[in-house]
Design a protein around this ligand. Structure first.
Ligand SMILES: [Zn+2]
Length: 329
């Protein structure tokens, strides 16, 4: 974690508003590198659940895909072969061939967590795997193995995406189980930097997140500012964690999606720094940008908005590093 504390490092959540083509992969990756994201993500242009569940089904790991649905057909079992690492391998090669690999600190990869995968996997027409603690735990062993494959493929920052945690608590999954399951999944990360992304309203979830064995807690703060009150500086320091500060909107407010100005992003980061300590922040958008795909007339227009948001975010960060005397890269 020495790499990221007190550096105000930048990353993204992972999805972009583009169809899954090689041309679009190149576009979304190049945009991240050109604006100066420290830990870009291989552009996540596929469904965050099916992109893992489909290859797991192909390897006979206890799930089957019927239409667009995942069904449990046995106890989930860890894959023997890498799952969904192709885009990371492609992205590393793409930058290497262009001499751009040293422009970044490393690749961040988003991996859908066991609770979220279980929440979309059906056992019957109205029953999902998330309702069974032993099945969720089996998914944790599956994700641990996936994480290991990503680490071996060269991921430097590994994020477990678990937007379903608040729902899991509501369903009655215990805090202990959630902590155990996410910790298990993260065991595969080795010496990579680790993060947990839970978006939306995280009221009441902070205490649980602080107990998870992870370096960075990544949340939506810009769109849900009350999330700022979920942690204090001393909470973070006691638990040895950074906040992954979502600081630009990824969802329109009513009908508008403003592109935040550099000044505006700076003042939001400064406000968070007052609360959490500037040295305890990593900087990112609120969530992925994938849902903007249907919001603009064209994907090109949507991606142009995304690029501008990321560019302003990176400019704001460079100015604040200078102001706070942090290293400039
Ligand atoms: Zn999110």
């Amino acid at each position: 974690m020495a790499d990221v504390r007190g550096r105000l490092k930048t990353t993204v959540i992972g999805s972009f508003p583009l169809d899954y083509t090689e041309e679009n992969m190149a576009k979304a990756l190049t945009d991240q590198v050109q604006v100066g994201i420290d830990y870009p993500s291989p552009p996540q242009l596929l469904d965050m659940n099916l992109m893992f569940l489909e290859p797991l089904a192909k390897q006979g790991c206890g799930v089957e895909i019927r239409g667009e649905e995942a069904w449990l057909v046995g106890t989930p079992s860890p894959p023997q072969q890498p799952v969904a690492t192709e885009d990371l391998v492609w992205s590393i090669n793409y930058l290497r061939e262009r001499g751009l690999l040293d422009k970044i600190d490393g690749f961040k990869v988003p991996i859908t967590g066991p609770i979220t995968l279980a929440s979309v996997t059906k056992i019957s027409q109205d029953t999902y795997a998330i309702m069974y603690e032993d099945v969720v735990m089996a998914f944790a062993e599956v994700v641990k193995k996936i994480v290991e494959f990503f680490r071996e493929a060269g991921a430097a920052l590994i994020t477990i995406d678990e937007p379903t945690i608040p729902y899991a608590l509501w369903l009655g999954l215990s805090e202990d189980t959630i902590i155990r399951v996410v910790n298990k999944a993260l065991e595969g990360a080795g010496d990579a930097i680790t993060s947990l992304h839970v978006c939306g309203d995280i009221s009441g979830v902070g205490k649980l997140c602080l107990q998870i064995n992870v370096d960075i807690l990544s949340h939506e703060f810009r769109g849900t500012p009350k999330n700022l009150t979920e942690y204090t500086k001393s909470d973070l320091e006691k638990a040895d964690k950074l906040i992954g500060l979502g600081c630009v909107l990824t969802k329109p407010i009513e009908v508008e999606l403003p592109v935040e100005s550099v000044e505006d992003i700076k003042s939001f980061i400064e406000k968070a720094a007052d609360r959490f300590g500037a040295e305890n922040l990593a900087i990112m958008p609120d969530c992925g940008f994938g849902s903007l795909k249907l919001y603009y007339k064209s994907q090109e227009e949507a991606q142009a908005v995304v690029r501008k948001k990321l560019e302003n975010m990176c400019v704001a960060v460079r100015e604040l590093r200078k102001k706070w005397g942090f290293p400039s890269d």
